[in-house]
Write a protein that binds this ligand. Structure first.
Ligand SMILES: Nc1ncnc2c1ncn2[C@@H]1O[C@H](COP(=O)(O)OP(=O)(O)OP(=O)(O)O)[C@@H](O)[C@H]1O
Ligand SMILES: [Mg+2]
Length: 233
């Protein structure tokens, strides 16, 4: 899987672009984006998932131009979004949440039992309403909902939001396992650099919709630059 984004611009309202020329490639592993409130992370996530239309630039997936595709088509093309705030169906049971996601993607959900193996809490609480779970558990359910769509790419919009430090550590572990087991690429929007450090090969610093700098996480000095940036957020 190779996602190539070039000169991408988009916004929430006509005539007001928020993402101002996004430029990056995601192939294997995980790419992170870090930026303060209002940097445009959610706008970029929504644009990559097809919910917001680009006003300029291109998005290609394995060489195929998908810039014009809406969100349903992109799910079928292999792109799943875990939106900010998780957005599980609180009144539905944990199991029903997974089934609805499988149905929406036109999958039969054979992966359901595999997902329950990976996240035993989802099996344990399968008949409980999703709203009765903790924030960290709901995040795992939201990720389970994305995986069941058998995506090649999962975009996670601030998965660490509202989680305790221990829950963030657990989440980092879970995401690492997912990258290994499912051959899936992750795009992570975050204000929490710790989660990115544990997962990403590349982290892009965003500010006011601009891409300020790309950090190579195999380099010590770039890791330090990431730390400095999020301590300053
Ligand atoms: N629904 C909306 N309609 C119009 N403008 C919006 C909307 N949501 C956000 N904005 C504006 O767009 C800009 C980018 O916001 P966005 O939510 O994409 O940033 P973010 O990096 O995800 O922030 P956060 O970390 O708070 O989630 C901000 O200036 C924000 O005020
Ligand atoms: Mg956001």
């Amino acid at each position: 899987m190779k996602l190539e984004v070039s000169g991408l611009r988009s916004g929430y309202r006509q005539g007001v672009d928020v993402v101002l020329g996004a430029e990056f490639t995601a192939s294997t592993g995980a790419v992170g984006f870090i930026g303060r409130n209002g940097a445009g992370k959610t706008c970029l996530a929504q644009t990559l998932s097809g919910a917001i239309k680009a006003t300029a630039g291109t998005v290609t997936l394995d060489g195929v131009d998908i810039t014009g595709q809406g969100s349903r088509e992109r799910v079928r093309s292999g792109i799943s979004l875990v939106p900010e705030g998780r957005l599980v169906f609180g009144q539905l049971s944990v199991r029903e949440n997974l089934e609805v996601a499988a149905f929406a993607a036109g999958k039969r959900g054979e992966r359901l039992s595999r997902i329950e193996e990976r996240f035993p809490i989802l099996r344990e609480k399968r008949d409980r309403p999703a709203a009765s779970m903790s924030g960290g558990e709901q995040q795992l359910l939201a990720i389970g909902r994305a995986i069941i769509q058998e995506p090649a790419l999962i975009i996670l919009d601030e998965p660490s939001l509202g989680l305790s430090p221990i829950a963030v550590d657990n989440l980092t572990e879970s995401l690492r396992g997912i990258v290994q087991d499912y051959e899936v690429t992750l795009i992570l929007m975050e204000q929490n650099g710790e989660l990115l450090t544990g997962l990403c090969d590349e982290v892009i610093l965003m500010d006011d919709g601009e891409f300020v700098r790309s950090l190579d996480m195999s380099k010590d000095e770039d890791q330090q630059a990431l730390e400095a940036s999020y301590l300053g957020l």
